[in-house]
Write a protein that binds this ligand. Structure first.
Ligand code: ATP
Length: 658
C-alpha cells in the first residue's frame, strides 16, 4: 500500500524552512497537503505528525473534516527524503497523484526508486536523471501496518509507504529543507519510544551497532538469502547500522561472544535457529565480565532454523502475527528498540555447566528432535514424520526426577519506563541520508562514526560482510540489499563473499571445539544447588518422581517450535521451569492425543493425572538409571547422564515487538 500527498502551494502553517534542529519542546509538525486523482478531483488534507504518528484529515472545501486516517508511530520504521527519479512523461502524469496502484503515481514510483533511488543531494543530480523542472522534495515514510484480509483471516503486517511531496518553494534546496524538517521530527518521535539500551548517555559515548550472527546451515540452509531479501531492507528503512558475521562452524558464535570485545554493539541478533541463539547466550555467559555485558546487550532472533521456538514464543507473547511473515515480524522486532528480561536456566552436567533459554529434554521429544536430523532436508516436517515413527516404536526410560516447586509469580516489573528520555541521545539519531546536512554544509554535528571493522580481530575479519553502514551511501546499501542474485549487486552480496563453511569434522572446527573445551570456564551467576554428586538437602522441600518415563521435558518458553505450543502458561521472565512428565504405561491413543494437541496447547491436563504431570519448578535434578538415551538442551544434544537445573530469573534481555 502506498499513499502520496502533495504539499499545497498555499500552505498556511510551518512554511518557513528551518535548517537547524527543532527546539526540544516543539517536535510536532503539521501542514496542508492535497492529493488529486485522475478525474481531476482535488482533496485537501491536514497532515499532522505528533507522538501518536501521522494523522491525515481530509477536508471538504468548507473546511469540514470528511475522513481521518492515522499511521501509528508504533508501525513506522523510518523515512527518507528524496528527489524523485522519473522521466518527463512520469513527471507530467504523476503530478500530485495519490491513487493506489496508479503506475504513474509518485507512490508507485517509490517502489521503483527503492530499486534505484535518487539520492537527494545536489551531487546526486549528476548521477541520476531527474526531471530538472521538478523542484519538489519527497518524504517517504515506511510503515508496517497490521491488516486483516478478511474477518476470518489472521492479522498480518503490510508495508505502507506514505509519500509527502513538498513544493511550496522555488528551489529544490528549500523544499528539501522542509521535507527534512518533517524527517527530523519523525526521527525524534521514533526515538522517544526506544529503550536506554539503544541510546547513549552522552555524545562522547561510542556509537553502537547491531551485531548480526548468521548461521548459513540453519534450517534448510537459506538463512543468507532470507537475510538479504527480507531483513536488510527493513534495517535499511529504519537506518539501523549493523555488522554481519557468518558462522563458519559450530561453536563459532560461542567463541566469538565469549572472547571478543563487544563494545561496538548494542545488541546481537541470531539469524538462524535456537541452536545458534543457544551458542550466543552461552558465549556471553562464558565471559568473565558477563555481569556487565549481559544487561547491556539485547538479544534478538530472526527465525531461519527448523524449530524456531524462541521466535515463535516472542511473537506469541506480544500478539505479533507470526505465520504469514515470520521473518518480517522478527526484523521489525529487532528494530523496535524494545527488550524484556528473560529467564535463563543454569544446567549442571557431569562434565560442565551451561545455560539454556528454551528447554531441557529427556526421552520422546528429544529422541525425535535429534534422530530426525537425518531427514533435516524436509524442514519442519521432519518432526512430524519422526514423531509418528517413534510412536510406533515407543521407548521408555528409567530414572529419578527431584524438583523444587515454585510459587507462580507475576512477571517481574523490570522493564524501565523509557518512553520519555529526553536527556538521552539515540545512537542512530543521525541519518547518513540527511541530505540537508550536505546541502547546508552542516558538518558540525557530524559524529565521528566508527566502523566496527576496527574492533575486528584478524581471525574474524574474513567473514564479515560489509552489508550496510550508516556512513555508506544509500545507493550502495540498496545495491547490497536488493538481491543477492542480481548482477549489479553481486559485489556486495554475501553469497559471493569469501565465506566457506567448514564441516564439523574439519581440522579448524575440531580445533575450535577443543580450544573451547580447554578454555571453558564457567562464569555466570553462582549456583545455589549442591554439587551434582552430592545428595539434595532434605529440609528444602525437594519432591521426587521415580520410575519408568516416556519423557521429561522442562520448558520455559511457550513454544518449542512454530506449532508446538508446549507450555501455554510460560512467560519470558516468570522465574519458572515447567517440568512436564509422561510416565511409562500411558496408552498409545492417550500419548497420540497429547502429541497431536501440542500444536494448540491443549495437550496438558487441567489436573495432573497418573501419566501426565505439569510441575512448575524453580530447580530440578534428573538422574537416569539407564546408561543410554538422548538428552537435549535447547534442542541440541548434550552428554547423557545426570543433570540438574535452576532458573536465573530475568538475567538476559531479549528483543520484543513494540
Ligand atoms: N557454519 C556452520 N556450519 C555448520 N554448523 C553450524 C554452523 N554455524 C552454526 N552451526 C551449528 O548448527 C547448529 C544448528 O543451528 P541452528 O539452531 O541455527 O539451526 P537449526 O538447528 O536448523 O534450528 P533449530 O535449532 O531452531 O532447530 C548449531 O548448534 C550450531 O552449532
Amino acid at each position: 500500500m502506498n499513499e502520496s500527498y502533495e504539499k499545497s502551494s498555499t500552505s498556511t502553517a510551518c512554511s518557513t524552512p528551518t535548517a537547524g534542529a527543532l527546539p526540544e519542546r516543539h517536535h510536532d509538525v503539521s501542514d496542508t497537503f492535497y492529493t488529486s486523482q485522475r478525474k481531476g478531483r482535488k482533496y485537501v488534507f491536514r497532515v499532522r505528525l505528533d507522538i501518536n504518528g501521522f494523522t491525515l484529515q481530509r477536508e471538504s472545501p468548507s473546511g469540514t473534516i470528511l475522513k481521518e486516517q492515522t499511521v501509528k508511530i508504533c508501525n513506522i520504521v523510518g523515512a527518507r527524503c528524496m528527489r524523485l527519479k522519473k522521466t518527463r512523461r512520469l513527471a507530467v502524469a504523476s503530478a500530485c497523484a495519490c491513487s493506489n496502484g496508479n503506475p504513474n503515481s509518485p507512490a508507485a514510483s517509490v517502489n521503483r526508486s527503492a530499486a534505484t533511488p535518487s539520492k537527494c543531494s545536489t551531487a546526486s543530480k549528476e548521477n541520476y536523471p531527474c526531471d530538472d523542472g521538478d523542484v519538489s522534495a519527497y518524504l517517504y515514510v515506511f510503515a508496517y501496518v497490521l491488516k486483516k484480509k478478511s474477518l476470518r483471516s489472521e492479522f498480518h503486517r503490510e508495508r505502507t509507504v506514505l509519500t509527502l511531496r513538498f513544493r511550496s518553494f522555488d528551489t529544490f534546496e528549500d523544499n528539501m529543507r522542509e521535507a527534512d524538517r518533517w524527517y527530523r521530527a519523525l526521527r525524534w518521535q521514533l526515538h522517544r519510544t526506544l529503550e536506554s539500551i539503544f541510546v547513549v548517555r552522552n555524545e562522547e559515548d561510542r556509537r553502537r551497532r547491531v551485531l548480526v550472527m548468521l548461521n548459513p546451515k540453519s534450517g534448510s540452509g537459506n538463512a543468507r538469502e532470507v537475510f538479504n531479501m527480507h531483513v536488510t531492507p527493513v534495517l535499511n528503512e529504519a537506518e539501523v547500522p549493523y555488522d554481519l558475521y557468518v558462522t563458519k562452524h559450530s561453536n563459532f558464535a560461542i567463541e566469538f561472544m565469549s572472547t571478543r570485545c563487544l563494545d561496538a554493539w548494542c545488541c546481537v541478533v541470531a539469524v538462524g535457529g535456537d541452536g545458534l541463539f543457544h551458542e550466543i547466550v552461552n558465549g556471553l555467559l562464558q565471559r568473565e565480565d558477563w555481569a556487565q555485558v549481559l544487561p547491556n546487550i539485547a538479544l534478538g532472533i530472526i527465525p531461519c532454523g527448523s524449530g524456531n521456538g524462541l521466535a515463535r514464543s516472542i511473537a506469541h507473547g506480544y500478539n505479533e502475527p507470526y505465520f504469514s511473515k515470520p521473518v518480517l515480524g522478527a526484523a521489525l522486532t529487532v528494530i523496535s528498540g524494545c527488550s524484556s528480561p528473560m529467564d535463563v536456566v543454569r544446567v549442571q552436567l557431569q562434565s560442565r555447566s551451561l545455560y539454556s533459554f528454551l528447554s531441557i529434554g529427556w526421552g520422546f521429544i528429544s529422541d525425535v528432535d535429534i534422530e530426525s536430523e537425518r531427514i533435516r532436508v524436509l524442514g519442519y516436517q521432519r518432526f512430524t514424520i519422526w514423531t509418528l515413527y517413534r510412536l510406533a516404536n515407543l521407548r521408555t526410560y528409567n530414572g529419578k526426577i527431584s524438583y523444587l516447586l515454585t510459587e507462580q509469580q507475576e512477571p517481574s516489573e523490570q522493564e524501565e519506563d523509557t518512553s520519555h528520555t529526553p536527556q538521552l541521545k539515540m545512537q542512530t539519531s543521525r541519518s547518513c541520508n540527511t541530505h540537508i546536512d550536505k546541502l547546508s554544509n552542516t558538518t558540525n554535528n557530524n559524529p565521528s562514526f566508527h566502523h566496527s571493522t576496527e574492533y575486528l580481530p584478524h581471525e574474524f575479519a574474513d567473514v564479515i560482510s560489509l552489508e550496510t553502514s550508516i556512513n555508506q551511501s544509500f545507493r550502495s546499501r540498496c545495491d547490497s540489499w536488493l538481491s543477492g542474485g542480481s548482477r549489479r549487486s553481486y559485489y556486495y552480496s554475501i553469497s559471493e563473499s569469501i565465506y566457506h563453511s567448514l564441516a564439523d569434522e574439519s581440522d579448524i572446527a575440531v580445533q575450535a571445539a577443543i580450544a573451547l573445551e580447554n578454555r571453558q570456564q564457567n562464569f555466570g551467576p553462582t549456583s545455589s544447588l549442591p554439587e551434582l554428586d552430592e545428595p539434595l538437602p532434605e529440609d528444602e522441600g525437594w519432591l521426587v518422581e521415580e520410575g519408568e518415563f516416556i519423557m521429561m521435558h522442562a520448558v520455559y518458553q511457550t513454544h518449542l517450535g512454530i506449532d508446538c505450543y508446549f507450555a501455554p502458561k510460560a512467560q519470558m521472565n516468570d522465574g519458572t521451569i515447567y517440568l512436564i512428565l509422561i510416565r511409562g504405561g500411558i496408552s498409545r491413543p492417550h500419548l497420540l492425543s497429547f502429541l497431536y494437541n501440542m500444536s494448540t496447547g491443549t495437550h496438558l491436563p487441567e489436573v495432573n493425572n497418573e501419566y501426565v504431570k505439569v510441575l512448575p519448578v524453580r530447580a530440578f535434578r534428573l538422574e537416569p538409571h539407564d546408561n543410554h538415551g538422548i538428552i537435549t538442551i535447547d534442542g541440541e544434544r548434550v552428554e547423557f547422564g545426570p543433570l540438574q537445573a535452576e532458573v536465573l530469573p530475568g538475567i538476559a534481555r531479549v528483543m520484543v515487538p513494540k
